[in-house]
Design a protein around this ligand. Structure first.
Ligand code: PXP
Length: 237
């Protein structure tokens, strides 16, 4: 059975719309853990568009779970990770203009920078995962750079517009996971996974944990909207 790690960035996205106090990221982390999830992910972006530094410190101090801090290879953010000391970290590429992470890290071109970041984080006792495309060259390089885990980018699979394109991406993910397991890398996967495209992913038995955010927070709107309206009706009538 694969594990589920829930990315709570978009609770912070909603809060940052008004720069207020709610919805609380800490509360969200507690609910996610109480609901049985195996861990929490927060992406501390350089532009701080959703999760803020204080969220990361607060969740890591007050919520007993496996915290995965996701970050780009920026010295400032790596420095924060070294202070927070999450159980595990995931290095991702980051562009200011993107809506969300657009693809995997290039561990071949960025070998020097990525390798240094892996070394620093591991020295501090933090498990390191590299978010990469399902490409055998990247898998091999992730191992070479000392990563403990890889997270396979499932975004292209999730966005596939035709059955043939979906099949192509699925087979790349399956082959990359198979290869990574022969290298004794831990294997996670995520990005764009939702209530419709998850079933097929479970066929790849090597994937130990899925990292899912946007679809869960989106589903929570409709799982909770009726109750939210009824509670306000009680106050208005
Ligand atoms: N994994 C990584 C590395 C990500 O960057 C993200 C998005 O922040 C996710 C998983 C979760 O993706 P989604 O929000 O589409 O489920």
């Amino acid at each position: 059975m694969s594990k589920l790690n829930v990315n709570i960035d978009h609770v912070a996205t909603l809060r940052q719309q008004r720069l207020g106090l709610y919805p609380s990221v800490l509360e969200a982390a507690k609910v996610v853990v109480a609901s049985g999830a195996d861990g929490i992910t927060m992406h501390l972006r350089e532009d701080r568009r959703h999760v803020q530094d204080r969220d990361v410190f607060e969740v890591s101090r007050k919520v007993r779970t496996k915290l995965n801090l996701e970050m780009a290879v920026y010295p400032e953010i790596i420095g924060i990770a070294l202070k927070v000391k999450p159980e595990w970290s995931t290095l991702v590429p980051e562009k200011r203009q993107e809506l969300t992470t657009e693809g995997g890290l290039d561990c071949v071109k960025g070998a020097l920078k990525v390798g240094r970041a892996v070394e620093k984080l591991k020295k501090a006792g933090i498990i390191v995962s590299l978010f990469i495309d399902p490409d055998l060259k990247q898998v091999r390089q992730a191992k070479f750079l000392g990563a403990d885990l890889i997270e396979l980018h499932t975004g292209t699979y999730a966005d596939a517009k035709t059955k043939a394109a979906e099949d192509r991406e699925f087979f790349k993910l399956r082959d990359a996971a198979g290869f990574a397991s022969t290298l004794k890398l831990g294997i996670n996967a995520g990005h764009g996974l939702n209530y419709f495209n998850m079933a097929r992913m479970r066929e790849i038995k090597e994937i130990e944990e899925f990292s899912i955010g946007h679809s869960i927070i989106s589903r929570a709107v409709f799982a909770g909207l009726e109750r939210a309206v009824k509670e306000m009706l009680k106050l208005t009538r």
